[in-house]
Design a protein around this ligand. Sequence first.
Ligand code: UN1
Length: 521
Amino acid sequence: MAQAKKALVKTSRKQNGRSAPRASVKSYNNYIGGKWVPSESGEVSENMNPADTRDTIGRFPLSTSEDVNAAVNAAQEAFDRWRHTPAPRRAEILFRLGEILIRNKDTFTADMTREMGKVLKEAGGDVQEAIDCTYYTAGEGRRLHGFTTPAEMPDKFAMCVRQPVGLCGLITPWNFPMAIPSWKLIPALICGNTVVLKPAEDTPLSTYNLVKACEEAGIPPGVVNLVTGYGEPAGAAMTNHPALRLISFTGSTETGRQVASACAERNAICSLEMGGKNAIIIMDDADIDLAIEGALWGAFGTSGQRCTASSRLIVHKKVYKKFSQQLVERTEDLRIGNGADPKTDVGPVINAAAVEKIMGYIDIGQNEDGAALACGGKRLTRGDYANGYFIEPTVFTDVAPDMRIAQEEIFGPVTSVIPANSLADAVKIANGVRYGLSAAIYTRDVNRAFHAMNEMYTGICYVNASTIGAEVHLPFGGTKATGNGHREAGTQVLDIFSEWKSIYVDYSGKLQRAQIDEVKL
Ligand code: UN1
């Protein structure tokens, strides 16, 4: 997904500087070693509502490498005790966390819409995903399965157990500001790790809410540490910190590459979740009305700001015209506005840099030979839109697979309709991008469905459903430039946050030499 790291739409100022803080704006702190403390720099950034930037939500610390050091020290101090706490006991605390999240769901949802912009229904879905992840993963406290296996020699026992990796640095994006931190945090904790968590600078409140709930649930001091602020310096201080054995990052492919090389330098474990350019294939036998619903939801839900967004619609030529017309009509009917208004379908995008990037792509699309801007394409700046980052849901038709708008991640409410001649052609186009997160096909033919399931080179595949909406008990992640081979969610995430230890117990009472002794039965 795209991130606007250096986009300082949010102003930062010295807390005790010239511009006196308005009394009604709350100041928040970092959470280090069980205490809520300001950044040693004293600097803060203002968290603003992307639907109305006059609405300041709070001031959050701009953390430095010294804050990160303090958080890492706290995590180090807490590690031994936490890893020796039996996993079922750790799980009890996490189940309590789940209850707290449920109890506060409405407040957390409203907070999220206010700071991130997505409509209330979707913000509620984000909080729900954190709740689901918490319960599902806490259940692992009584499993965390290892395995036993026969040994080569008699009177010898072989088994494999999971051990925590140690101190984990978690760097999370703004588009799922509670769900994605929970995908990383809860598995890290159930496996017995301690963590330093840095949320995206645009959405610190939702992650603060999650960490505050961790405190209330009784997670011991130092086990979860929160530092807010920018990738540079705080995120970089984490990726370079020798004591953080693992960095788990979700964000842009460009930043992910920097994270990966910093980790490679110091032999740290690195799990990356990055961009997508996801396609829905619509075959000539598809239920077109259903496919339209899926396309609208996938392309414009969360204003297109999901790494799973349906940014390419590959349509069989026999239904291309019908599908395109219907899509444009329905897109023009979408209501754009403040996500807090229940009538809104599409909220704002995250910040000024996002507006610039998305409008830049709309420009590129209009200048690409053959592509047609079928609807949308404008930034809305008048009336209720004057103080927010609103862009019309935008459809390009007659897009060729190699055009930039069909290749690059836009991360906004823009989708491209691409004609295809056959299923083989459609699959080739779907696979013809650098990313491989999610893909979908609409067809009523079981053979075609299975062909697509088999041939689409992505980590997630849907049949007769959109590219968004992955569930927490199945692995989440992608191929190619989307990631580096790891999967979050499901039980597969445990392979990120634990390391295998193979244990051999020889109870023969004599020296038995593997690969050397001949076994006599
Ligand atoms: C993301 O956009 O980074 O599958 C995550 C989905 C959501 C998660 C999206 N459950 O669309």
